[in-house]
Design a protein around this ligand. Sequence first.
Ligand code: TXA
Ligand code: MG
Length: 321
Amino acid sequence: MSIISNSTARAIKDSADALMKGDLVAFPTETVYGLGADATNKDAIARIYMVKGRPVGHPLIVHISSLENLDKWARDIPEYAIKLARAFWPGPMTLILSRTDLAKDFITGGQDNVGIRVPSHVVALTLLKEFESLGGLGVAAPSANRFGAVSPTSVTAVEVELADYLSVNDKFLDGGTCMVGIESTIIDCTRSIPTILRPGAVSSEMITQILGLPLKSLNTKHNQVHAPGTLESHYSPKAKVFLNGTPVAGDGLIALHSFKTPIGVVRLASPIDNEDYARSLYKAFRLADSKKLEKIFAIPPTGDGIATAINDRLAKSAFEK
Ligand code: TXA
Ligand code: MG
């Protein structure tokens, strides 16, 4: 069993060493916890797939400490992508770009492009900087959950998901609860117009404001870029999720705090606004599963911005498998 560490300077240095040796490190980001490995180490990446139970061919996001390192991994970067990176990195945004030779098929799932992100969580950034100071070039990190399950937003949730699958040399860094709570916005930047492949806290409104450009609307069936995380069924708790209907005694409920809890219904989250809704959602899903509830009723948030991303995750979690 691996050991959870408080993210002291020492623990972060040890984690960077572990990554250099090919071990795995679960670490906090502002979105969700990631399961990290040296993005140039084929064997370490193979372990990520094993630990997650993730089918091969699902590409991984490479995390770097700064925009300065982007051209190691990506080439022919469009000007609009640089503008986005300047505006939103470090932060909850992943850019899909044409790859350099450094991004091997075992990272990209054989595609000619690579996903890159500079996270803003101080523990993630410090870990990436330490890793780069040892000669590392990037850390591949999918969300630290078993395939298809809910992303972890606390180190305890990572432990529940993955402790049984990790080895004694792997590490967990504790960085508290993730402030955003849902995964990064993924933007395909391989064509003349950017396309959002996965909505997140960097919203389409924020992107159009920076670029003054329209976005290509997402139509997963016709996307040329293959982003398996946009599968209809994903991000699912064990309980069945309903987005309409009325909960009865014993069912779970997620809704803004102004919504009253019917008698006997188990309140899983009462977020005060949409940002808080995003931050609470996965914790609420996990709580429902730990209480062995069969049904969760979620009242979808309204509005744009992060509400779009929450509604995307709710729709996926409610999708009939
Ligand atoms: O917020 C996040 O993005 C978190 C934290 C840890 O950074 N990471 C994360 O990774 O959510 P993951 O692997 O759980 O989800 C990434 C999604 C996957 O569905 C993958 O298919 C897609 O991004 N993806 C990664 N690289 C891609 C690429 N080159 N082209 C298309 N889709 C890609
Ligand atoms: Mg994931």
